[in-house]
Design a protein around this ligand. Sequence first.
Ligand code: ADP
Length: 408
Amino acid sequence: MNVLVVNCGSSSLKYELFDMEREQSLANGICERLGTDGSKIKHERADGATFDADVQMPDHRVATGQAIEALTSDRHGVIDSLEEIGAVGHRVVHGGEEFAGSVVIDDEVEDAIERFCELAPLHNPPNLLGIRAAKQLLPKVPHVAVFDTAFHQTMPRRAFVYGLPWEMYAQHGIRRYGFHGTSHRYVSLRAGQYLQERGIPVEDQKIVTCHLGNGCSMAAVRAGKCIDTTMGYTPLEGLVMGTRCGDLDPAVVMYLAGTLGMSLEEIDQMLQKQSGLLGLSGVSNDMRDIHKAAAAGNERADLALHLFAYRVRKYIGAYAAALEGLNCVVLTGGIGENDYLQRRWCVQGLEHLGIVEDPAKNLAKYELQYTDGIADIGADDAPGYLLAIQTDEELMIARDTIEVLAAG
Ligand code: ADP
């Protein structure tokens, strides 16, 4: 069966079509800047052939139509018609406490996703638009929702409840939810298989996964289940990210409002869009630019690099305590997969936890050699494993889609 995976942002729609008999991607693409004059589609087939075009796409429905047209086109397509799409898997950011796994989208599920727009006002509304658009264009096939929060639903209360008055959780749902769950699940599964092949059974596995991209988060995974994660009520908590601040004393917000007279919108904008690597360095939110600036002597950029890695290290230590041990650290996402210096700094000085980088294996500057998506960059004689793993959230969504349908 072919499964179409759809991931909608506020002004973009990413898609990928998989042949799930062979678990192979056939084509993928992105429709960008929806609703503006400059909307574009970029489409790439698995054989490397590409197609880019400026197309008027006022909304997600038109974008979904364009994606299907690209997939079925005589020139750039990979299938003959819509009929060859057997199911659609949708990335949905927030599933609240209701969804600990993926589900077929019926009216009730759609209502729940709509309810959780309150919890994820930037993400769930475009996800819902994508679902409704795809359902209109592909009404005969099942649609499955795969939630970013689901993997984290196994956290114990002590990890997800904040130290606020109880009613804040009980009545208002204010708690740690965690995000990037599909990526953490994918790489922890891959790492788990890797450990199992090396004699560590699932029940003994204590893995810390670090998803380091534009958004960054970590998860502590014990025996295949998430027991803690760094993102919280929203994706703002935890690590320092491209433009988000990560952990912060909430009293800073009071100071910004009370003493500096900033409005809530201004504070929100600052913490979400003007902080992190960008705010610290004043250069960029892109790790590659920060490295260049630091190498050219920019001290703030240098601080941003090391503050970023320090926060990751600190959480690895915290999670080793939460897991009562540690036998593997996984690095993934654009930075984790590509940045050998950050990979080094993020685990520097963790020998006492059994995690030791092998510089010779990690050194392959920007060109780490992955075997089936995994590069083992740990020292051979270290007790723990250090792995860089190429994440594949889309494949995970396609797999879930098949599994949910098979389960009936
Ligand atoms: P997103 O979270 O948007 O999916 P990615 O996972 O693609 O983002 O990660 C983007 C980050 O990865 C950026 O900070 C970018 O600089 C960084 N990155 C990508 N390639 C490299 C590289 N070769 N070296 C260092 N950083 C890289």
